[in-house]
Design a protein around this ligand. Sequence first.
Ligand SMILES: Cc1cc2nc3c(=O)[nH]c(=O)nc-3n(C[C@H](O)[C@H](O)[C@H](O)COP(=O)(O)O)c2cc1C
Length: 248
Amino acid sequence: MLILIDQSLAIGNPIYARDANWGKVTLDTSMSLTRAEIAAMRLSYSEVPLVDLPDDPFEAFATWLHEAHTNPIIVEANAMVLSTVDHEGSITSRTVLLKDVSEHGFTFFTSYTSRKGRAIHSQPHVSLLFPWYAMERQISINGIAEQVTREESEKYFAQRPWASKIGAWASRQSDFLESREVLEDRWKSAAAKWPEGTSVPTPPEWGGYRVFPLSIEFWQGRYSRLHDRIRYERANALAEWEINRYYP
Ligand SMILES: Cc1cc2nc3c(=O)[nH]c(=O)nc-3n(C[C@H](O)[C@H](O)[C@H](O)COP(=O)(O)O)c2cc1C
């Protein structure tokens, strides 16, 4: 395995990487992209205009999610990038899976004691991004995350496959892990405690967050970089949605 560490400054020069023993190696440029090749990577986007979006952003979201889900090229259409800010102002992003959506918001499940859980605890403003590049589309959402009810978390946890439930007990998500063996031992212990076929309780720190949206932006790639951006925005939960168009 090679880990990319450095790109030389001059366009066209090779890219360096570290091998498994942390030795510096020069990648064969025929098997890797030069900086000039990376700079030249571009697609011309389609002629599909962003028109006729409904007044209700959740309805628009449902249509786009359905189109992404039924598109054979899109993998995990419900995967979204969640960005959080911690108490020191440091931003982190990671992928989570959308598991529910309603007019109350966008729900995912995780560990409340994870890095993201700790960040949300101190700063509930988050962003969600659905990057459907193969469809020249993205949806970006800004909103406020809050924990769902315990009942809702338990209901979803019960639907998960047994191995995933055991995995949730085995993981202390985001904590330092000494070795892979420690994790596998924890999994085996949890599996011995709740063998397949028995009822696995929901870990106390595991549950859902619902992101209540204050803005939802739909982006559609268009010709000549004249992309369409339509943003639904509201000042607070009681305000009506405003629909605005922005420069690409
Ligand atoms: C496709 C995909 C889906 C994921 N879904 C989830 C998820 O639903 N919940 C979750 O906690 N982590 C999920 N992860 C793992 C997270 O990206 C992340 O590594 C983990 O939650 C720890 O993040 P944190 O340390 O910033 O809290 C997913 C990763 C990928 C690549």
